[in-house]
Design a binder for this molecule. Structure first.
Ligand code: FO1
Length: 331
């Protein structure tokens, strides 16, 4: 009797909202043994004595389908009694932790304090929330994104929430990235031959994806893996679907265009997914030796998420070789 070959696995690298939407779409068409989602932890911080992991939680809540769609973060049906009471006591309320969401941070902080690592904590939270697809943090060690601005260097949540992304961005650095060990399961997948593709979700390239790519040996392992690497543009018609990516690009002197996202990833990627409204950029990106696919990338409904996931997988199926490296070396 011939033994069936194990199903190939897709590795999805994700930040918050946009990445989580595609991850949900992928989870609807792939079995748990065919998909692993890696979340950025550069946005993590310690606040009110608690360990907060915003992107992990956004991915987790989205896959559990309990996410707050209006806010784009936190839990659906949230109440804010604790924040109101904290305000009355003169406490810090600029970063709003909902009453239900607080339970996640309390449980994460308790488990971390008892010696469980962030991967173990995330696995436990996912199990309790009934999530069957593996979600892993990019590292069990702390990495903290800092934004260099005209108002000085700001910790990511200070920039993003407290300052509402108003300061002008001059650059980024990731505290702790040199010593942080990339998550072992992610590295095992990148070193093995099980991967069908590495999917860079439509997340902010600078602050959501770059912290993952900047971990030791991650880029080399991606390049050495025979599976194609494809990215989906978070920029559509010169605007970020959500968040400050387009504003950051213009402040950094980079035109806010999807082609610049492809250029940012450069020879790391073999394929790039553009929104259909950016069809005009297709040949410019193809000239860099990158396969390009144009489709609707705006995910308003669950069907949009599933359709984009299907589209991405069939695009991957059409890339049968790692793209002409020679052309890409020119990037
Ligand atoms: N974003 C906000 O704009 N304001 C908030 O008060 C806020 C609270 C918050 C609490 C928990 C959590 O997991 C995320 C939260 N976010 C909030 C979102 C978060 O700052 C960003 O979406 C991500 O870090 C960027 O991906």
């Amino acid at each position: 009797m011939t033994k069936a070959l194990p199903a190939k696995r897709y590795l999805a690298l994700s930040g918050g909202v946009g990445g989580a939407k595609l991850a949900l779409g992928l989870s609807k068409i792939l079995a748990p043994e065919q998909l692993t989602i890696v979340a950025n932890t550069g946005d993590d911080f310690e606040h009110l004595g608690l360990s907060i992991s915003p992107d992990l939680d956004t991915v987790m809540y989205t896959l559990a389908e309990i996410n707050n769609k209006e806010l784009g973060w936190g839990l659906a049906g949230e109440s804010w009694d604790t924040m109101d009471a904290l305000a009355r006591l003169g406490g810090e309320t600029w970063f709003r932790l909902g009453d239900r969401d607080l339970a996640t941070h309390l449980q994460r902080s308790t488990l971390l304090a008892s010696g469980v690592n962030l991967s173990g904590v995330t696995q436990s939270l996912c199990q309790q929330l009934g999530i069957i697809h593996p979600i892993i943090p990019m590292s069990d060690d702390p990495v903290r994104t800092c934004v260099k601005t005209d108002k000085g260097d700001l910790a990511f949540q200070q920039y993003f929430v407290r300052e509402q992304c108003a300061p002008e961005v001059e650059g980024f650095y990731f505290d702790g990235i040199e010593s942080a060990k990339p998550q072992p399961q992610m590295m095992d997948l990148l070193a093995g031959d099980e991967l069908a593709a590495i999917i860079i979700c439509p997340s902010n390239p600078f602050v959501s994806v770059d912290p993952i790519l900047g971990l030791a040996n991650v880029k080399d392992a991606m390049r050495n893996n025979s599976a194609p690497v494809i990215a989906i543009s978070p920029i559509v018609a010169g605007m970020a679907i959500k968040g400050p990516a387009a504003k950051m690009m213009s402040e950094l002197g980079i035109p806010a265009a999807a082609a610049e996202v492809a250029r940012f990833y450069g020879n790391l990627i073999d394929g790039f997914v553009l929104d259909e409204s950016d069809y005009g950029l297709k040949s410019e990106i193809e000239q860099c030796g990158i396969h390009v696919h144009c489709t609707n990338t705006i995910m308003k409904t669950l069907d949009d998420r599933i359709d984009l996931a299907k589209d991405v997988l069939s695009f991957i199926g059409s890339i049968d070789d790692k793209t002409n490296k020679k052309k890409k070396e020119n990037l």
